[in-house]
Design a protein around this ligand. Structure first.
Ligand SMILES: O=C(O)CCC(=O)C(=O)O
Length: 287
């Protein structure tokens, strides 16, 4: 059966996030903005109500099954990014094309208005990522900078909003950030799963000394925002709770393709030097 590809809709298809539309459009405090620019991240920003979290959780469940109709619309889908069945990190790009709540989340003003404030202009969608760790045997997310993976778009004017759908802490494998690492150069890719510390091979002695990660202790539906060079990672989930999260990746409108290959698997090429736009990269917010 053909699946309704929600990427054809460049506006919300439900009212799930309508309540956010009338809220203040300058929502981040000075302290949040300062933290983002000085440390490379800010956190504890409520972007979802409990009802919205519940709907996202409901729609997430069938998506985890590779037999689900619409599965072919994922740009990438990894049941486990690590090779170890006792260290599971499910990771997928493209949920917004398949499930209405994940689609409409992109237009949630509680997310796009802060993203615009931090980027300093209009916000364009880059891609989404699901990261799910089962209880007890949830794997780690290795330390990395997002832009190491994104040089196929430029200039670097991106950011990530990371939103847990469960209350998260150190024990359940929450995301940790290395403060001020966004001021370091871009590092080579050293992997997303498996050896969490693989990045240490490419860090200088000074960087290793300054490597003091801080855990994001967040309630479900609270977000953190991070800079594309901020080193982040997440330890294994050893708790008895699942750890479900979605990352929304945005860029400033005007960001260009830096390749003649498709920017994401299964989509048409945007030639090198041309701006990201169109069905797969909707403009989400203009301040
Ligand atoms: O959810 C995680 O554990 C990893 C998140 C992450 O690496 C990202 O958002 O780039």
């Amino acid at each position: 059966m053909a699946t309704n590809d929600l990427s054809y809709h460049s506006s919300p298809v439900t009212d799930l996030f309508a309540s956010s539309r009338s809220e203040s459009l300058s929502p981040l405090s000075d302290a949040h903005v300062r933290s983002f620019h000085e440390l490379g991240f800010c956190a504890g920003i409520r972007v979802l109500t409990d009802e919205q979290v519940e709907q996202l959780r409901l729609e997430l469940e069938p998506l985890l099954d590779p037999g689900h109709p619409g599965h072919e619309l994922f740009h990438e889908f990894h049941t486990n990014e690590s090779e170890n069945p006792d260290q599971v990190l499910m990771h997928a790009l493209g949920a917004w094309r398949i499930a209405p709540a994940f689609h409409d989340l992109l237009w949630n003003l509680a997310i796009t208005a802060p993203a615009s404030q931090l980027l300093g202009g209009a916000v364009r969608f880059w891609h989404d990522q699901l990261f799910v760790k089962p209880d007890t045997r949830g794997g780690s997310g290795a330390w990395h900078q997002d832009y190491s993976y994104w040089t196929r778009t430029q200039p670097m004017a991106h950011l990530t909003c990371w939103i847990p759908l469960d209350d998260v802490d150190e024990a359940s494998g929450t995301v940790h950030y290395v403060p001020k690492s966004h001021l370091w150069d871009r590092l080579p890719i050293t992997g997303l799963a498996g050896d969490m510390n693989a990045i240490s091979k490419v860090l200088t002695t000074e960087q290793l000394e300054a490597f003091t990660p801080v855990p994001m202790t967040l309630r479900k539906g609270e977000a953190s925002f991070h800079h594309p060079l901020t080193i982040h990672g997440s330890p294994p989930n050893k708790s008895e709770r699942r750890r479900r999260a979605i990352a929304l990746n945005f860029c400033l409108d005007g960001t260009k393709s830096n390749t003649d290959e498709p920017l994401l698997e299964g989509i048409p090429v945007i030639p090198k030097g041309e701006r990201l736009r169109g069905r797969f990269f909707p403009l989400l917010y203009v301040p």
